[in-house]
Ligand binder design. Structure first.
Ligand code: ADP
Length: 375
């Protein structure tokens, strides 16, 4: 089978790594020929994943096509689907997810618990919502990794909002942030991974480390699973979905957002679960049986990001020390250039004791640093 991936970053790279176990011819479309996936696929096409003709011409030779990033040309995917190419996720689901305004309206329409919201089209709309604060203003399209998200605590903050179509969400009093990966095949069979709990680095609003399975009271766990499954089923699309949820201080569970693709919050499944999210997506793409999502052992996941103050050719300081630790798995994404906050790799730690996992996660973060020769 000929399978294409739109985007050639680290998610595409890890997907290709898992694909090696199957009989499949792989195609990548990406603008940067030095991207992390370029040398791991059978066929690399340099091109813009947002351009209709480029995506259409890339896709028409394929049996199936998937994405590793949402900012792709959905019109081209719709046309490919009409012509018989299998598209994961369904372009209609991608259209809902791609835009945070559509996402929120979708949750509301399907009675999926999510924080209250208002839609603003320009900055002047925001000014009428002072009594809705504290709230979080989110760009409808184009935001990622916390960029395009602005916390608005009081009236004076309103001018920090976006002057483009956006969503204003009531600020949730978050107890825990959770991510759940759900897999759906062509027959609409589903399987769900154990939830992960996340801790954020406040400097970049990037994930600091993550623990999986999340430590949740039984009732909260049930709510998380039920809501994650419901929201994915309502999307009526095969594929892999990462559902991000908030558990608030009253133990209510709210959907934050969905990604219709393999996701950062599922990296630990490579070593931590019997079937990784990447292996699972191949099973879906190749129309094979779904895999086993059960955790082999609890895990901590640390994102390795470029250190503040260093831009240039990447140097992995402390790598030998981290590799000498037991049950620690290092993944470097092959990006030659580092810059502050850039995702350069991740480390998964396995172990049964959560205190020890947290301790080792901190140790890894302190030891392994991505710096450069020039500053
Ligand atoms: P992105 O898609 O850029 O990651 P998110 O919508 O996930 O943006 O928001 C980034 C972070 O901002 C979340 O992980 C959470 O910590 C915080 N956040 C987002 N929405 C809310 C909300 N309604 N209330 C409180 N905090 C929020």
């Amino acid at each position: 089978m000929k399978i294409g991936i739109l985007g050639g970053g680290q998610l595409g790279r890890m997907l290709l790594q898992a694909g090696i176990n199957y009989v499949v011819e792989t195609y990548i479309l990406e603008n940067d020929e030095h991207c992390p996936s370029a040398h791991l696929c059978h066929h690399f096409t340099k091109g813009d994943i947002r351009d209709y003709d480029t995506v259409y011409n890339f896709g028409k030779q394929l049996d199936a096509i998937t994405i590793e990033i949402e900012s792709v040309n959905v019109d081209a995917l719709e046309q490919l689907q009409r012509e018989g190419v299998r598209v994961y996720p369904n372009p209609a689901a991608l259209r809902i997810i791609k835009n945070k305004i559509n996402q929120k309206q979708f949750y509301k329409h399907h009675d999926i618990p999510t924080s209250e919201f208002k839609i603003t089209y320009q900055l002047s709309d925001l000014l009428s919502h002072e009594n809705f604060l504290p709230a979080v203003h989110k760009l409808g399209e184009g935001g990622y990794d916390g960029k395009g998200v602005q916390l608005l605590r009081e009236g004076a903050d309103l001018e920090k909002g976006f002057d483009q179509p956006s969503v204003l969400e009531k600020m949730v009093q978050i107890q825990k942030e959770i991510a759940v990966i759900v897999a759906v095949n062509d027959n609409r069979e589903t399987t769900i991974y154990p939830p992960a709990e996340m801790v954020f680095d406040t400097r970049y609003n990037l994930l600091d480390y993550q623990l999986s399975p999340a430590r949740l009271e039984k009732e909260v766990f049930w709510k998380v699973e039920a809501i994650a499954l419901k929201v994915v089923r309502e999307l009526k699309s095969p594929g892999i979905f990462a559902v991000e949820l908030f558990v608030d201080i009253k133990n209510d569970v709210l959907v934050n957002e969905i990604a219709p693709r393999v996701h950062n919050s599922g990296h630990h499944t490579i070593e931590g679960n019997y079937c990784s999210q990447y292996d699972m997506l191949w099973r879906i793409l190749l129309q094979l049986p779904l895999g086993n999502t059960v955790a082999i052992q609890p895990s901590a996941l640390v994102n390795i990001v470029g250190e503040e103050g260093y831009t240039g050719k990447a140097i992995y300081s402390g790598l030998n020390k981290v590799l000498a630790l037991n049950n620690v798995f290092v993944h470097l994404y092959g990006k030659t250039q580092t810059k502050p906050g850039r995702k350069m790799g991740h480390v998964t730690v396995l172990g049964n004791d959560y205190t020890e996992l947290t301790h080792t996660a901190h140790k890894v973060k302190n030891i392994l640093q991505v710096v450069s020769e020039s500053f």
